[in-house]
Design a binder for this molecule. Structure first.
Ligand code: WTA
Length: 647
């Protein structure tokens, strides 16, 4: 094996669900006989009407259609709750750890059942039915999981909007999903600070042109919030009016389960649509094998339910497996940078799954914050969201995991529904920085810019040759955009948007996005969205946004801004623009660097040459390449002499 590798220990090979021999055999089978493999695996779920068809998928060219288990019916909430009641009614399903370390709660499967049924009855009482879209704008409180499962129980489609998004972003998502029911809280609480969720929702609804409707409000902080009679409902009042009897609705495997908006390289965020059967199966099987989940394990994924990681690996995967999942309301550094490890010790967490950006920031805070905790319960560590640099990987392994915990570096996307490339801890030796090898049924390929397949050790664009059950089926209301975005660049394949290298051992190393999507602290952001936000400022005439390497965040947001004639650049205006973007999109989109630019490098046909802007943002302007096609090559000199990121 080339590069530094951490071999699977005999202990792990012995204890894990999947060892090397099983991985080889099952992977081979999943590729040569997907019908057989998934047909058998699909039985891990409880079906109301069992499927007779397994896979009916085509990636084009031409029509793109993805169907799994299409004649089967099931209910996701019944799979995540009801079927565990007989054996695990008193087992804890959800551990909730509040922002304030003195606040926590444990919820057993029986309690979860009762609360989800009542929640679902509240939705029904207000007219929500199968197929309706429900927008959820909640902090990390148990009600977020209840709301998701309540929707699933009655066949409604949830669309969760991360609670850090602005009223404008929320309004766009409510409208696009044509959603007429919103679930929010009075306020959120993170790192000791409140987040005005109800106020944001009110503002969003004022801006909605299509969606809107009723607002169901969870009392979280209890601080006074405006209330609109006839539209707004307190959850606690509504719960008092309903009983706990709510039979799960029969749902088709290909009926939608949820929509989740994510950023693309152009235009508005895309409503990625996941359906019921294949998604749940894939979330469940990956959760079991990748995290080597066994009954009784305490599992903690630090993501937020506003992102896909929270959907698949806080709620659906772990609960489908009858697991105990920890839900954390707070942030890694509050009240101190020891918080993660304090929580690990408090609940004896066995499996811990987080993002490289958190690892890097905790690494910066010093080892003492880690070493003063015990962490003896930890057995396995995971990473997701962006490439993990080898230094952070080694620190995570050595300091957090005391050299005894394997690390699963899991590569996947909102569109993939679940993990596609990852080590399996009992089967695959890990190399720091590599997501290693494909999961069952996943067929990665590297292609050059023309789409020619690259064999052996190579670097190129990552595509997938065949479907897997967790794959997104479409973009809500816009199948053409789905086809255009993912299946037209390299016809007949799903294009991930990621660059990737494959080494001599066949290991995959994701190198980052090759499109105009940037990854800031593990959050996906379209540069076009930040540009649109900037140009709504009255003083801005034009803007171009690129990513640049950032020590903590992975990538930072670098904005080139051209002001309207007569406007003066100033530091105050820079601050104002940063505030403006935060207000338009949300704090996760805060620009790191603003550079005023009298002109942007454009081709004669008016296309901005981002390659040049990226190089200048990276302070690599000696390698600008050919600039002769620019309409006005002199703008480049000004951009270079005023560059803001000098190393
Ligand atoms: C990046 C998050 C390298 C990648 C689950 C992908 C990663 C995008 C990894 C999807 C990883 C995610 N190594 N890069 N282990 N995991 N990415 O939709 O660029 O928020 O395309 O899904 O994150 O981000 P998304």
């Amino acid at each position: 094996m080339s590069d530094k590798a951490y071999a699977v220990t005999p202990e792990w090979a012995g204890r894990a669900w999947i060892d090397d021999a099983k991985y080889q055999a099952l992977y081979e089978r999943s590729i040569s006989d997907p019908e057989g493999f998934w047909g058998e695996t699909g039985r891990r779920l409880d079906w109301i009407r069992p499927y007779t068809k397994v896979k009916d998928t085509t990636f084009g060219p031409g029509e793109v259609s993805i169907k799994w288990f299409e004649d089967g019916t099931l209910n996701v909430a019944a799979n995540c709750i009801d079927r565990h009641l007989a054996t695990k009614g008193d087992q804890v399903a959800i551990i909730w750890e509040g922002d304030d370390p003195s606040k926590d709660e444990t919820i057993t499967y029986s309690q979860l059942h009762e609360r989800v049924c009542k929640f679902a009855n509240v939705l029904k009482a207000h007219g929500v039915k199968k197929g309706d879209r429900v927008t959820i704008y909640l902090p990390m409180i148990p009600e977020a999981a209840y709301a998701m499962l309540a929707c699933a129980r009655i066949g409604a489609v949830h669309s969760i909007v991360f609670a850090g998004f602005s009223p404008d972003s929320l309004a766009g998502r409510i409208d696009d999903a044509d959603s007429h029911f919103v679930i929010t809280a009075d306020e959120g609480l993170r790192g000791g600070k409140t987040v005005p969720l109800k106020k944001n929702t009110d503002e969003a609804l004022e801006r909605c042109t299509k969606g809107g409707g009723k607002v169901l409000v969870v009392r979280r902080t209890g601080n006074p919030v405006p209330f609109k009679d006839g539209r707004d409902l307190w959850l606690h009042d509504e719960l008092a009016k309903v009983d706990a009897d709510c039979p799960p609705v029969e749902v088709g495997a290909e009926d939608p389960l949820f929509i989740l908006y994510t950023s693309g390289s152009t235009g508005k965020p895309k409503g990625v649509l996941h359906t019921t059967g294949g998604y749940l199966l894939y979330a469940s099987i990956t959760h079991q094998y990748v995290f080597d989940y066994h009954d009784g394990d305490i599992y903690w994924c630090t993501a937020d339910v506003g992102w896909v990681t929270g959907h698949s690996y806080i709620v659906y995967g772990p609960l489908a497996n009858g697991g105990t999942t920890l839900m954390f309301e707070g942030v890694p550094t509050y009240p101190s940078p020891s918080r993660f490890w304090d929580v690990v010790d408090k609940w004896s967490v066995n499996v811990f799954y987080t993002a490289p950006t958190a690892i890097r920031s905790l690494m910066g805070a010093g080892d003492d914050h880690v070493t003063k905790s015990s962490r003896a319960s930890l057995r396995l560590l995971g990473s997701v969201g962006e490439p993990i640099n080898p230094e952070a990987w080694e620190w995570y392994h050595r300091v957090v995991g005391e050299d005894r915990c394997p690390i699963v570096d899991t590569w996947w996307q909102t569109e993939t529904g679940g993990i596609l490339i990852t080590p399996l801890p009992g089967a695959i030796a890990q190399k720091p920085g590599s997501a290693t090898l494909p999961f069952f049924g996943v067929r990665p390929q590297l292609v050059d810019d023309k789409g020619t397949p690259l064999e052996g050790a190579a670097q190129g664009n990552l595509v997938l040759l065949d479907s897997w059950p967790g794959q997104a089926r479409t973009l809500y209301g816009d199948h053409d955009r789905f086809v255009q975005t993912y299946f037209s660049t390299y016809p007949g394949t799903y294009f991930t948007g990621d660059g990737c290298r494959r080494d001599e051992d066949g290991y995959y190393w994701i190198t980052g996005r090759v499109d105009d999507v940037i990854n800031v602290s593990g959050h996906r952001m379209g540069t076009a969205e930040v540009e649109s936000a900037l140009v709504t400022h009255p003083k801005v005439s034009e803007a171009a946004v690129v990513g640049y390497p950032h020590d903590l965040k992975g990538q930072g947001i670098y904005c080139y801004v051209t002001l309207n004639t007569g406007e003066e650049p100033s530091d105050d205006l820079k601050k104002e623009l940063v505030k403006h973007v935060r207000h338009e999109i949300g704090p996760i989109a805060s620009p790191d660097i603003v550079q005023f630019a009298p002109g942007l490098p454009k081709t004669r046909s008016g296309k901005i040459m981002r390659r040049i802007l990226r190089k200048i943002a990276e302070d690599e302007f000696s390698a600008l390449g050919d600039t002769s096609t620019l309409a006005d090559p002199s703008v480049v000199d000004d951009l270079i002499s005023n560059r803001q990121n000098r190393k």
